[in-house]
Design a binder for this molecule. Structure first.
Ligand code: PLP
Length: 393
């Protein structure tokens, strides 16, 4: 198998599993209990908070564990909206956010909030000047993703943070795809809330965190016990939290080397596809993109068909975000970047890990050439196109 869907999820690293195991079998105490078995678990949770806070330039008490990126996004938006609604009911986001943000915004619209969905350019970039112009006296929150999950484009987060802070508006960023891959610092980037998830960086699934800058008025998201300083009730997922910490330590230790390797492989794959497969288009910014992201549209073919044929060869990719694959709707991200429906439908996302090799990519390119060629042979649109091209000569 050649696994090229690391933006959907990653393999849990062996050292992460190893770190988690004792918290199932021996140190299984409830962190809220006062006996030592419980307090040992509590200490592990606090240690994980310290480690993660250190990784993003935050303080221990600013980290709240959640059940992953989706919960962190929901919490950030709903709680900020509720806490600030006396000031205003206007929120700014972008057209290319993950559905965890977009569907939460739709929910808030139903509650009387007004949302501005910013356009992006052909590379998926938000223009900070356009964002600034969209701020109104009743704007309470800006939510712009750190890096896009489909095309890998990295947004100008630092500039947006500076604008938001200067204008007194809260700034949330969904860093689910970026954290663990590229440096993130909430102080330098003036980020008030940040969402992240374990399973995108070789950690366990179903665990993540929300950073909430201290001093922010934020309502509690899940009601119940007094865990997480009364802000997120429920017995902590101790093995998951310990696993998340181990994944963060691992990711930070190898970030530079891994990114450099992925960029080399990514650019090699992009070059070969562009040179060897006609009528394709690279989606996303060429350089301001996540180290491991490759996303192409192939004209006259369906991304889903490419995926199925790649799968028959043991190659895993994606034709959009994991959450939307299975539906045949073209990607909202690609449409927002100005692609036509048929171009958006012909998209393929291949996302690398530090473990992929050039030999694997050579195999993938050979398969891809064959698959795209075969699908085009079956396409009446392609036949028409070739005939018209021929008659022009
Ligand atoms: N936000 C982004 C940008 C993502 O890519 C994802 C997952 O694909 C999520 C949020 C949701 O994260 P989780 O799967 O941890 O709920």
């Amino acid at each position: 198998m050649i696994y090229l869907d690391n933006a959907a999820t990653t393999r849990t690293a062996p050292e992460v599993v190893e770190a988690m195991l004792p918290f199932f079998t021996e140190q299984y105490g409830n962190p809220s209990a006062i006996y030592s078995l419980g307090s040992a678990a509590g200490k592990a949770v606090n240690q994980a908070k310290r480690t993660i806070a250190g990784a993003i330039g935050a303080k221990q008490e600013e980290i709240y564990f959640t059940a992953g990126g989706t919960e962190s996004d929901n919490w950030a938006l709903k709680a900020a909206a509720e806490a600030c609604e006396e000031k205003g009911k206007h929120i700014i986001t972008t057209k290319i956010e993950h559905h965890a943000i977009l569907h939460t915004c739709e929910y808030l619209e139903g509650k009387g909030f007004e949302i501005t969905y910013l356009d992006v350019d052909q590379d998926g970039l938000v223009d900070p000047a356009v964002l600034e112009a969209a701020i109104r006296p009743d704007t309470i929150l800006i939510s712009v993703m750190f890096a896009n999950n489909e095309v890998g484009t990295m947004e100008p987060v630092q500039e947006i943070g500076a604008i938001a802070r200067a204008r007194g508006v809260l700034f949330h960023t969904d860093a689910v795809q970026a954290f663990g891959q590229v440096p993130v610092n909430v102080q330098e980037m003036k980020i008030d809330m940040l969402s992240a998830s374990g399973h995108k960086m070789n950690g366990p699934k179903g665990v993540g965190f929300l950073y909430i800058r201290s001093g922010l008025k934020m309502t509690s998201f899940i009601h119940g016990g007094a865990q997480e300083r009364n802000r997120r009730a429920g017995t902590e997922n101790v093995p998951g939290i310990v696993g998340l910490e181990a994944a963060v330590v691992r990711a930070l230790a190898r970030m530079e080397e891994k990114a450099a390797k992925e960029i080399r492989l990514r650019d090699y794959l992009i070059d070969r596809i562009e040179k060897e497969i006609p009528y394709c288009r690279l989606n996303g910014h060429r350089t301001r993109r996540l180290p491991g992201n490759v996303n192409f549209s192939f004209r006259f073919v369906e991304g889903e068909s490419i995926l199925i044929m790649l799968d028959m060869k043991g190659i895993c990719g994606s034709s959009g975000s994991a959450c939307t694959s299975g539906s045949l709707d073209p990607s909202h991200v690609l449409l927002a970047m100005g692609l036509k429906h048929e171009e958006a439908r012909g998209s393929l996302r291949l996302t690398l890990s530090g473990e992929n090799t050039r030999e694997e990519l050579d195999l993938v390119v050979e398969e891809l050439k064959r698959i795209v060629g075969r699908l085009r042979e079956m396409s009446p649109l392609y036949e028409d196109f070739i005939r018209r091209e021929g008659s022009k000569r």
